[in-house]
Unconditional design. Structure first.
Length: 365
C-alpha cells in the first residue's frame, strides 16, 4: 500500500503543470497576464516543409520491405480493430481535461474548439481529396484509396492539438498522445490496410493541420503573436558553386546557382552537370529561410523549400523536389561576403542527394 501511495504521488508530481509554483506565488493578476502571453502562434511552414522532406525519402525503399516483414511476423490473416478507436484518444483526453478545469493555451472553450474544428476540417479535406486523386491500391487489395492514411492523420492531428494546448504544462501526457498516435500508425500497417508511406504522410498532414488550426484560431480571436526572430541579413544577390552526391550511390554532379536572398525568402536558379549525362539539369528553387543561431563571429540559418527541375535525359523530364538546408555565414572582416551551405534534396519516388556549396554574396541596393 505504501508503494502504491508513493507511486501515485510521484506520478502527480511528474504530471503537474510546469509553472505550478510560479502560479502559486504570483497574484491573480499576474496569472491572468501569463495566460495571455503564452508561446507565439504556430508556424505551419516549420512543420510542413521539413516534415515533407523527411516523409519523401524512404517511400520507395521501405513500403515493400515493411509489408514483407509484417507478413512474416503476423501472417496474412491477422486483424485487430483497436486502431479504429485509438485514433480518437487524444481528443477525448483534451476535452476531459478542459471539462475538469485544466487551463491550457486557449483562454476559452471557443478558442480551443475553433482550432480543433479547423484542423479536423482541413485534415479531412486534404486526405479525402488526395485519396480520390491518387487512388492507390491498399496492401490487402480491397479498395483503391490507400494514400494517405486517414486514421493516422486523425490520430496525429489529435496528438498535436493536445500538445499545442497542454504540452507546455503537461509534457508527459503530451508524449503519451504521440505514443497513442504511433500505435495507430503501426496498427494500420499491421492490419495490412496501409503502406508505410501512407501512414508517414498521414502523420505529416495531421501534425501540419493542427498548427494551421491554432494559427487560424489566434487570428480569429485576435491572439496572433508571431515568433520573435533573431537578426536577419539584408537583401543580397549571391553566386554559389556546389557539389552534390546521390545518397543511393551513382555519379554526383557539380553546378552553379544564382539567387536572390530577401529577409525570409530565397529565390534561386541552379544549373548542374553530371559526368554520366550529356545535357545539364536545370532547377528553380523557392526557400524559406529562418535564423537559427547567431554568435559574435558566425550566424547560422536553416531553410526549407520546394523546387522544380528539368532533366532532358530523364524519362520524366519535369519533376519536383523538396529540400532542407543549413547555412553558415561568418561575421569576420574580409569573410563576411562568403557563405557555406549543406542541403538535402529529395525527389519523391526518384532519388535523393546531398549538396555542399560555397556562396559569394553581394548586397542588394
Amino acid at each position: 500500500m505504501r508503494r502504491l501511495t508513493l507511486l501515485i504521488l510521484v506520478l502527480l508530481l511528474l504530471l503537474r503543470p510546469c509553472n505550478w509554483t510560479v502560479a502559486q506565488s504570483n497574484s491573480s493578476d499576474t496569472l491572468a497576464l501569463s495566460l495571455d502571453t503564452l508561446a507565439p502562434s504556430p508556424d505551419p511552414l516549420s512543420v510542413i516543409l521539413p516534415g515533407a522532406l523527411f516523409a519523401a525519402y524512404p517511400l520507395h525503399h521501405s513500403d515493400v520491405a515493411i509489408r514483407t516483414t509484417r507478413h512474416s511476423l503476423l501472417g496474412t490473416r491477422w486483424r485487430n480493430h483497436y486502431d479504429d478507436h485509438m485514433q480518437f484518444a487524444s481528443y477525448g483526453l483534451q476535452l476531459a481535461m478542459r471539462c475538469g478545469g485544466a487551463t491550457g493555451r486557449s483562454r476559452t472553450w471557443g478558442e480551443m474548439l475553433t482550432a480543433d474544428a479547423i484542423g479536423a476540417l482541413g485534415t479531412a479535406a486534404i486526405v479525402l481529396s488526395v485519396k480520390s486523386g491518387v487512388q492507390r491500391m491498399r496492401p490487402d487489395g480491397s479498395t483503391a484509396n490507400s494514400f494517405p492514411s486517414g486514421h493516422t492523420a486523425t490520430a496525429f492531428l489529435g496528438a498535436e492539438l493536445f500538445n499545442l494546448e497542454y504540452g507546455a504544462d503537461y509534457p508527459l501526457l503530451s508524449h503519451l498522445q504521440y505514443l497513442f498516435a504511433t500505435s495507430v500508425a503501426f496498427g494500420r500497417m499491421a492490419n495490412n490496410r496501409h503502406w508505410y508511406s501512407d501512414v508517414l504522410w498521414g502523420g505529416l498532414i495531421g501534425v501540419s493541420m493542427a498548427h494551421v488550426g491554432y494559427l487560424m484560431s489566434d487570428l480569429i480571436f485576435g491572439r496572433y503573436t508571431p515568433a520573435v526572430g533573431r537578426e536577419i541579413p539584408d537583401d543580397y544577390f549571391y553566386l554559389s558553386l556546389l557539389c552534390s552526391r546521390h545518397l543511393s550511390g551513382g555519379a554526383g554532379c557539380v553546378g552553379a546557382q544564382l539567387g536572390w536572398q530577401t529577409a525570409s525568402l530565397n529565390y534561386a536558379a541552379e544549373l548542374s552537370l553530371r559526368p554520366d549525362k550529356e545535357h545539364p539539369t536545370l532547377h528553380g528553387d523557392l526557400l524559406v529561410g529562418v535564423p537559427l543561431y547567431q554568435w559574435r563571429y558566425l550566424e547560422l540559418r536553416h531553410s526549407y523549400g520546394l523546387g522544380i527541375g528539368y532533366d532532358k535525359a530523364a524519362g520524366e523530364q519535369s519533376y519536383a523536389h523538396l529540400q532542407a538546408g543549413l547555412e553558415a555565414y561568418p561575421r569576420l572582416r574580409y569573410l563576411d561576403k562568403l557563405g557555406l551551405f549543406l542541403r538535402l534534396h529529395c525527389e519523391p519516388y526518384r532519388q535523393s542527394y546531398l549538396t555542399l556549396g560555397v556562396s559569394l554574396r553581394h548586397r542588394y541596393l
